[in-house]
Write a protein that binds this ligand. Structure first.
Ligand SMILES: Nc1ncnc2c1ncn2[C@@H]1O[C@H](COP(=O)(O)OP(=O)(O)OP(=O)(O)O)[C@@H](O)[C@H]1O
Ligand SMILES: [Mg+2]
Length: 561
């Protein structure tokens, strides 16, 4: 979709100009003298890339930061030069987000210093960082749902006149979205946008503020492969303009294709620094985890049992009232992992929600263990042994202000052994929490720590542990390895297979074709709310799945929904 922006940009690049000139040009533009009219054409005309001078942009020296019970940064040195992308790697909880939160002024380091463009900088707030041209797209987006794209982009700019000139702001947004091929409607409300579109807004926000130093914290964890490619093109263009980025990811292929240099953190310390061209995914995995990682899951033979989940002619609508599922027929047996492949937004979320009772169906029926559950409440469905690892883990998966232990007990608290009658047994809750923390290697100072203080990946491990632990019949897992480091991803995949071997039925939604082929027994491809193909995973090949995901039928024709 965004292909070509890089080469097109390079061809039009002007001779280097000073940063001052660029600023003046843009200020004029904000005053409305250029581009005129706000049309896409005018925006394109004002789209010449900025200059690309070399030099050191950021240097962090001896950064230390501790939280109760954790040394999150333990004397870290980091440098970032113009025109380069540094991949910051490490296991969940290694201290990546903490280090970057210090750079953007959200946290104060206990000691150490930061130099920006060669000068010592005191970064006490995100505003200070923004004034220095540093901006961050956070692991959890920070947009206001009920406001428009344009309003979100201008939100929080200090030197804004009392009433912001929204017409000028929209023109500038339009210009930037043309330049960087970040298509988004300035008047759309955030809640109307897909995750990928929301991320475009986050990036536009930084570009609007003239950020030169971009921190992208797991930006692709929630993106489709195509959107990740778009982002790669945007980052390459920024590099060409002399900007620089720190890119945090757990996906090794992206490290190889996005970055120039890698830095690996372990327990708050730098354990390796290399040129990307001098390393490979296996080497990086070893550096991060300290052991060999198998990229494939060992799996015994497929022995399906009785039918657990059955969907017949199921249809449902999405938030906007548009059809999301169109007459779906599917079944999952005991001892079977049914993998759902598809580009995000083709009905996967709605499928998981209708099965778990979170979304009503508009037609068709669902049964679990031969009992009709159509229209039943989520609680009734949980009671029939269904567990759900949801897509929006931050919103519905965990309660931030509650302890890790309470979050882990949330599913089982109504029954023995966690409670007797109406009385909750704290000792048992603690016991369960300790067992799950150990089993799933959740990095937390203690079971009493409020869960919001854990790293993103560790919160996710806690939700997984709770759901897998509470499941007795059907496990609905939506992108279960998103945001997990490679060691944890390996454990989760093994765990899914172990549950299947225990006789559970597993509905696994994933965008990772390799994951589906190696973990699932059967693969169904969803496209626009329909099943485009259904076959044994052993017969699946990535190209076939990819074509079906793009809406090509098995006979090679394009689908007409
Ligand atoms: N505000 C906070 N209060 C207490 N502890 C914190 C806070 N922020 C981070 N930590 C702790 O610091 C450590 C490093 O966390 P950080 O979020 O930097 O990890 P990360 O490398 O980004 O991991 P992930 O890949 O899971 O996102 C963790 O042990 C985490 O629990
Ligand atoms: Mg993080």
């Amino acid at each position: 979709m965004f292909a070509g922006s890089e080469s097109g940009g390079a061809a039009r690049r002007p001779p280097p100009a000073s940063l001052g000139k660029v600023r003046i040009a843009v200020m004029k533009d904000r005053e409305g003298s250029a581009p005129k009219g706000g049309t896409a054409e005018a925006a394109r005309a004002a789209c010449a890339p900025e200059e690309a001078p070399g030099g050191r942009l950021v240097e962090m020296r001896g950064i230390r930061k501790s939280f109760p019970g954790v040394q999150a940064s333990d004397g870290v040195d980091l440098r970032l030069d113009r025109g380069e992308v540094l991949a910051l790697l490490g296991e969940n909880g290694a201290g990546k987000s903490t280090l970057m939160n210090i750079l953007v002024g959200l946290y104060r380091a206990d000691s150490g210093e930061i130099l920006v463009r060669g000068e010592r900088a005191s970064i006490g707030s995100p505003r200070d960082a923004s004034a220095l041209g540093i901006g961050m797209v956070h692991q959890n987006f920070m947009l206001v749902d009920t406001m428009t794209v344009a309003e979100n982009v201008v939100l929080g700019i200090r030197d804004l006149p009392f009433v912001p000139d929204m017409a000028a702001a929209k023109r500038e947004i339009l210009r930037l979205s043309e330049c960087y091929n970040l298509k988004v409607d300035p008047d759309a409300y955030i809640w109307q946008l897909s995750v990928g579109e929301q991320q475009r807004v986050e990036i536009l926000k930084l570009l609007y503020r003239k950020a030169e130093i971009l921190v992208l914290d797991e930006p692709t964890a929630v993106l489709t492969p195509a959107e990740s490619e778009e982002l790669n093109a945007v980052v390459k263009r920024m590099k060409g303009e002399g900007k620089a980025a720190v890119f945090i990811t757990h996906k090794m292929e992206e490290v190889m294709s996005f970055s120039d240099r890698v830095m690996v953190l372990r327990k708050g310390k730098v354990v390796a620094e290399k040129a990307t061209s001098d390393t490979d995914p296996k080497d990086l995995a070893r550096l991060m985890v300290g052991r060999e990682i198998l990229f494939r899951v060992e799996k015994g033979p497929f022995k399906p049992g009785a039918k657990v989940l059955e969907l017949r002619g199921v249809s449902a609508i999405d938030e906007r009232g548009l059809p999301a599922l169109r007459g779906l027929d599917l079944e999952v047996r005991s001892g079977e992992i049914l993998g759902i492949a598809g580009v995000a937004g083709n009905g996967q979320r709605e499928l998981a929600e209708v099965v778990t009772g979170l979304r009503p169906v508009t037609a068709g029926s669902i049964s679990i263990n031969c009992v009709d559950t159509t229209g039943k409440s989520p609680l009734e469905i949980i009671k029939s042994g269904v567990a759900h690892i949801p897509q929006d883990r931050n919103q519905v998966g965990a309660v931030g202000d509650m302890s890790v232990a309470s979050n882990l007990a949330m599913k089982g608290y109504r029954a023995r052994p966690l409670s007797a009658g109406a009385i909750l047994l704290p000792g048992k809750v603690r016991e369960l929490a300790k067992r799950l923390i150990e089993l799933f290697k959740i990095a937390t100072p203690s079971p009493e720590t409020r869960i919001k203080f854990l790293s993103g990946g560790n919160i996710q491990k806690a939700i997984l542990a709770r759901e897998i632990g509470a499941c007795s019949s059907l496990l609905v897992a939506v992108y279960p390895s998103r945001g997990l480091d490679i060691g944890a991803t390996e454990s989760v995949r093994k765990e899914l297979v172990a549950e299947r071997d225990r006789g559970l039925a597993v509905l696994l939604v994933s965008e990772d074709i390799e994951e589906l082929i190696s973990v699932a027994d059967t693969v169904a491809v969803l496209f626009e709310g329909r099943v485009m193909g259904l076959f044994p995973a052993a017969e699946a090949d990535p190209e076939k799945i990819g074509a079906l995901m793009a809406g090509m039928s098995e006979r090679g024709e394009e689908s007409t929904p």
